[in-house]
Design a protein around this ligand. Structure first.
Ligand SMILES: NC(=O)C1=CN([C@@H]2O[C@H](COP(=O)(O)OP(=O)(O)OC[C@H]3O[C@@H](n4cnc5c(N)ncnc54)[C@H](OP(=O)(O)O)[C@@H]3O)[C@@H](O)[C@H]2O)C=CC1
Ligand SMILES: O=C(O)CCCC(=O)O
Length: 485
């Protein structure tokens, strides 16, 4: 059952708490979604281990917060170096448990690592201020202090990068962490925790609890008074539950939740660029990304040309086991995901849409490989207009004016990412301002990087990850009035 890795120590068997790796006869299996084969068994932890993890993080925090910023930075940098030097193995682990193509997995490892590098640098830039006071014998001084123990709950779609994007700023700020990866993908997270240990990050600073009972572990994380902050990436439904649970102890929260990204092609757009951007942002991770294009709005005048080129480009996407060379689309994560995507397409077709599947993809039945599909003639009455597809299905709607495109794009409770293609500078400013989202891609869809603030508005959540703002959620500002000077 063991994977073929150059560094076999990256494959761990279960939770790490206070530096100790837990083993148990109570285990759960991790399956490769491409083959259905069991790739590992992992110790099944629950509420008791979650509680132990919180207490370990609290103890470790006493020392960690007192380390100089430079020391925390140096340790994060060492972790970053180890992640990069183990990137090939980490990518194999990721593809095996999650399914995304190996090249995408490698890109995720380097993407996640970039957050560790970024926050290693930002650790040295946590600054307070001296503010003018009302009286001449007073000074107002502010300092930034770590919030304390941070709980992080991460999803299966980016098991490495989402963990790195949460743990790195927490550690840079002087916080310690308890984290729970998704049960489908614990292996990448465990490997990351192992490398952190190897980098010299002290025991208890990063604690990882792997288990099948997410509500038991999440219950401890959200209700324990020693946890001061919760950071979550996942569905809006679970985010709402976690927020409710966190209310009793008034935790600081940041929520990176579901999206329903519009992708607008205006009649003055570069159509080839729009098709390329759409392919990249729709089919990344088989469509299982919160910033994936969900609704494609194309101006009536260019709809035929855009759709033709989109269908041609989709036909070229190779589907298969992500470990194989040249594969662009892997399997969906599980049977429930496959069923959800299938039902959305069936509902759209029952209401008058047309589903186009390329000849070369029609054999893809069974298993978890959903054929990349273009759905045309879509309307706002279809379920697919309101729901996050999380699958390789590109749904095309049409519009006839800028106002209509903006109204359609904003007609959703979600507000994570939005994209549009136009060469009219006035329109670029107008539409970018009008879209109710946290992130806008204009004539480009590669919006995610460690230097930019990632996050949403409306029911897509709040808080920003990455960028100079990415530390804010892990810090408290303390104001000190210095009198009698
Ligand atoms: N914004 C995003 O990036 C993501 C959005 N989604 C959206 O959500 C849909 C469903 O995906 P799904 O995997 O169910 O997403 P979830 O929101 O259920 O899972 C995300 C994380 O939350 C954990 N979790 C689930 N329930 C609880 C709970 N009660 N208390 C604490 N933690 C909990 C999960 O653990 P475990 O898996 O171990 O139960 C996982 O670690 C997708 O189709 C997609 O639309 C999904 C993932 C990421
Ligand atoms: O929540 C997600 O779906 C992961 C975000 C991917 C990204 O950072 O681009």
């Amino acid at each position: 059952m063991s994977l073929t890795l150059t560094n076999s120590k990256l494959q761990r068997q279960g939770s790490v708490i206070d530096g100790a790796w837990l083993q148990s006869s109570d285990e759960f299996v991790v399956e490769n979604p491409a083959t259905g084969q069991v790739v590992a068994t992992v110790a099944n932890a629950g509420a008791a281990e979650a509680e132990a993890a919180v207490l370990a993080a609290e103890r470790a925090g006493v020392q960690w917060r007192e380390f100089s910023a430079k020391k925390r930075s140096t340790l994060l940098k060492a972790w970053y170096e180890l992640v990069v030097s183990n990137a090939n193995d980490l990518a194999v682990l990721l593809t095996t448990e999650q399914g995304k193509p190996l090249a995408e997995a490698k890109a995720e490892i380097l993407y996640g690592a970039s957050y560790i590098e970024w926050f290693a640098e930002q650790a040295k830039r946590i600054e307070g201020a001296v503010i003018p006071a009302p009286a001449s014998n007073q000074r107002i001084v502010t300092v930034k202090q770590p919030v304390g123990v941070v709980a992080a709950i991460t999803p299966w779609n980016f098991p490495m990068a989402m963990l790195a994007r949460k743990i790195a700023p927490a550690l840079a700020a002087g916080c310690t962490v308890v984290a729970k990866p998704a049960k489908e993908t614990p292996l990448s997270a465990l490997a990351m925790a192992y490398l952190a240990q190897e980098a010299g990050i002290p025991p208890g600073v990063i604690n990882l609890v792997t288990g099948q009972d997410s509500s038991a572990i999440g219950g401890v994380f959200t209700q324990h008074p020693s946890v001061k902050k919760l950071t979550f990436t996942g569905s809006t439904a679970v985010g709402k539950t976690l927020l409710e649970q966190s209310a009793a102890t008034i935790k600081k929260c940041s929520m990176e939740l579901g999206g329903n990204a519009p992708f607008i092609v205006f009649d003055d757009a570069d159509i080839d660029a729009a098709v390329a951007g759409c392919i990249a942002a729709k089919f990344r991770n088989a469509g299982q990304t919160c910033v994936c294009v969900n609704r494609i709005f194309v101006h009536d005048k260019v709809k035929a040309a855009f759709t033709k080129k989109l269908v041609e480009a989709v036909a070229k996407l190779k589907v298969g086991d992500g470990i194989e060379e040249g594969v662009a689309i892997g399997p969906l994560i599980n049977a429930a995901a496959f069923k959800k995507v299938s039902e959305l397409v069936i509902d759209a077709c029952n209401k008058g849409a047309k589903a186009i599947v390329a000849e070369g993809h029609t054999h893809l039945n069974g298993a978890l490989f959903y054929p990349p599909t273009v759905v045309t003639e879509a309307t706002t009455q279809m379920d697919v207009f309101n729901e996050e597809i999380f699958g390789p299905v590109a749904v095309v709607y049409s519009f006839s004016s800028e106002e209509e495109a903006i109204a359609l794009a904003n007609n959703t409770p979600f507000g994570l990412a939005g994209y549009f293609y136009s060469r009219d500078i006035g329109r670029v400013w107008r539409v970018a301002s009008a879209l109710e989202v946290g992130m806008v891609g204009v004539n480009d869809t590669a919006i995610s990087n460690e230097m930019a603030p990632f996050g949403g508005v409306k029911e897509s959540g709040f808080g920003r990850e990455g960028s100079q703002m990415g530390l804010d959620d892990y810090l408290e500002t303390k104001y000190m009035l210095m009198g009698g000077l």
